[in-house]
Design a protein around this ligand. Structure first.
Ligand code: IPE
Ligand code: IPE
Ligand code: MG
Length: 253
């Protein structure tokens, strides 16, 4: 298929100044399920259900492009503000997804991680998350991080609280705190920062996603609604990334 890794690389090579690189870590804000359903006169849950199928396609595309890390923003800490009926639908879908998809993901060589406040989910869902992490712990093809009840500000405050407690307990000298040692206290400890953050649905904001880790991420906003997202959109985002020149504050090369 013309949308594979080769195509993205070829395109980059024709653009002077582009990095031409495949990002090691792609993070996606999966937005637009509700609008997808509304456009069809369907209930919002139909959009969420179809969105779950897009997750499968996206994992396959990430593997095909040899992306090492894929983080998916599935539910924010602020999404608990939605009506109870939608929360029930979303947590029900999550429960179903965990029970039915993990074995297949594991077979594909996917290692699963969850970030966010998992304590807010029902006990059986927390158990499924722990089981998925345990079952896939030895896999190395793709690291899949699913952000659930995740909010970057809460994550940063929690890390700051741990620093403060350690300082009070006398086990940490605040003067020795560094960006690296602080990063190691975040939920994402051990994973590289995202190189590319993609948001679907045309909205152009981060909605409390990876605020620390995304400091130098390239941002790509796509008009496609999440349930319609597929390998072509994934390849297009990678091609756009490969045309960007990353500077990290240094002088243009
Ligand atoms: C994203 O789709 C899924 C979640 C946030 C859980 P939305 O439900 O936000 O869909 P829109 O933005 O209303 O279209
Ligand atoms: C962000 O989308 C969270 C996820 C996609 C999981 P929202 O739809 O909740 O964000 P806002 O409310 O439009 O900023
Ligand atoms: Mg939305």
């Amino acid at each position: 298929m013309a949308t594979g890794q080769g195509a993205a690389r070829d395109l980059a090579e024709t653009v002077p100044g582009g990095s031409g690189a495949v990002p090691a870590h792609v993070a996606i804000i999966m937005d637009g399920n509700g609008r997808w359903a509304a456009a069809r006169g369907l209930p919002r849950i139909a959009g969420h259900r179809t969105g779950a199928q897009a997750v499968r396609r996206t994992v396959e595309a990430a593997i095909e492009h040899r992306v090492a890390w894929l983080t998916l923003y599935a539910f924010s800490s602020e999404n608990w503000r939605r009506p109870p009926s939608e929360i029930v639908d979303l947590t029900g879908l999550l429960r179903h997804y965990l029970r039915s998809e993990v074995a297949e993901l594991s077979k594909q060589g996917v290692r699963m991680h969850f970030i966010g406040d998992r304590g807010r989910f029902d006990g059986d869902i927390q158990t499924e998350m722990a089981r998925a992490e345990r079952l896939t712990a030895a896999n190395t093809r793709l690291n899949l991080v699913i952000a659930l009840s995740y909010g970057a500000r809460a994550e940063i405050v929690e890390a700051a609280r741990r620093v403060a407690l350690a300082a009070v307990a006398g086990t940490l000298d605040p003067a020795t705190l560094t960006e690296d040692s602080f990063s190691a206290l975040l939920a994402t400890a051990g994973s590289p920062d995202p190189d590319l953050i993609v948001r679907t649905s045309g909205e152009q904001r981060l909605s409390n996603f990876l605020l620390w880790q995304g400091a130098y991420a390239e941002l790509v906003f796509l008009e496609v609604l999440w349930p319609d997202f597929g390998p072509v959109h994934f390849a297009a985002a990678l091609a756009e990334y490969s045309r960007r020149e990353r500077r990290f504050g240094a002088r243009p090369g």
